[in-house]
Design a protein around this ligand. Structure first.
Ligand SMILES: [Zn+2]
Ligand SMILES: [Zn+2]
Length: 385
């Protein structure tokens, strides 16, 4: 089912379907030349169950980097896509967009990367390079961006993500991982980390001393606490239960913890926050959180929710508050964020698993049963042997 509430972010979907059908036809007709192959784990249908799948990669073009995947984080979006929750999935689909790998080969025009470099690849692998977002280092908002998977590349082939032995990626969409950072620690930064960093950067919320709220303590939320703390903010975690209270305060370093059903606590915290990063990827009322914001406070939505949200207008008028959204971050911000995390010695809290555990990991992620991000040890799963 196509969902009409997810507009421009996914607006190229009908074209993707058409292009993908054309590609599948060509494959059936045996029209593609033999190229390098790799093995990934792919979803085949909306059950979302992943099984091994071997496919071809394009040869390394002049601007391309051939990357051997070392590890890849599992993001909530992978779950949405594998299960066709957004009504736009094409199968077979190899998810994964928090990819860290080693450069095995570079194209003739690649100067930024060398063989042996440890690099990262995130949510997008292409853009038009010729629109206002592209011209202003906001390529994540390009209407012709190409997703790392479940999309069609400029050569007409489906894009496939990081739950695979290797990938070929245009150098513009590859970042260097600063030396000394552990690959599995870095993986969650490439989507979850930059998803938090980008709005704080864009809205001028990086100064120390601000008071921030992190709504929802999943993969993005936990990075939110860490990054906001590293910026010197006073951080309040807001959650639906007190289950994660001890962890949030003692392990992640949050300053305060609010349970959203605790009316008294919420009342006490009213008018106290400069911003809230709302990471909750399912329907929830906005008004209780709007009331926590100070004058000019911002509620920043980062979770994909395919149901309309509601609020009454005085909730934003009285206090000149904003409800806004933000989507991952640019390649430039990804680099800045990695350097910031390296400088602050910031780590993520992860559970490393092998590829044969991925279906269990996805099931657990669906139940929010992970502290706080699964990272698949792809190299250790020996997919391409
Ligand atoms: Zn993601
Ligand atoms: Zn563009």
């Amino acid at each position: 089912m196509e969902n009409s509430f997810i507009p421009s972010l996914f607006s190229n979907t009908p074209t993707v379907k058409k292009k993908r059908e054309k590609f599948d036809q060509t494959v059936k007709m045996g029209g593609l030349e033999t190229e390098r192959t790799t093995t990934g784990w792919a979803a085949r249908d909306p059950s979302g169950v992943l099984t091994p799948y071997t496919y071809t990669l394009r040869s390394t073009g002049p601007e391309d980097v051939f990357v051997k995947v070392m590890c890849c984080g599992i993001c909530h979006t992978d779950l949405h896509q594998a299960k066709n929750d957004l009504g736009m999935s094409n199968y077979p689909m190899v998810p994964g967009h928090e990819v860290v790998g080693e450069v095995l080969e570079v194209g003739s025009d690649v100067s930024k990367f060398r063989v042996g470099d440890i690099v990262g690849v995130g949510c997008i692998v292409g853009c038009c390079r010729n629109c206002r977002p592209c011209d202003s280092d906001n390529e994540q908002y390009c209407l012709k961006k190409i997703w790392s998977y479940n999309d069609v590349y400029t050569d007409g082939k489906p894009t496939q993500g990081g739950f695979a032995g290797s990938m070929v990626v245009d150098q513009k969409f590859v970042v260097n991982i600063p030396e000394g950072m552990a690959p599995e620690q870095v993986a969650p930064l490439l989507c979850a980390g930059v998803t938090v960093y980008s709005p704080l950067n864009h809205f001028g919320l990086m100064g120390s001393g601000l008071r921030g709220g992190i709504l929802g303590l999943g993969g993005v939320g936990h990075m939110g606490v860490k990054i906001a703390k590293a910026m010197g903010h006073h951080v309040t975690v807001i959650s639906s239960s007190d289950k994660k209270k001890v962890e949030a305060l003692e392990h992640l370093g949050a300053d305060d913890y609010l349970v959203s059903s605790d009316a008294e606590g919420m009342q006490k915290a009213a008018d106290s926050l400069d911003y809230i990063i709302d990471t909750v990827p399912v329907f929830h009322p906005l008004e209780p959180y709007l009331s926590l914001l100070k004058l000019d406070g911002k509620l920043i939505l980062t979770g994909v929710i395919n149901t309309p949200l509601q609020f009454v207008s005085p909730m934003v008028m009285l206090g000149r508050k904003s409800i806004t959204g933000s989507f991952i971050g640019s390649m430039k911000e990804t680099e800045e964020m990695l350097n910031f995390c390296k400088e602050k010695n910031l780590t993520s809290m992860i559970e490393v698993v092998k590829m044969d555990y991925i279906n269990t990991a996805m099931e657990r992620l669906e139940k929010n049963d992970v502290r706080y991000r699964f990272v698949v040890d792809v190299a250790g799963s020996k997919l391409d042997q």
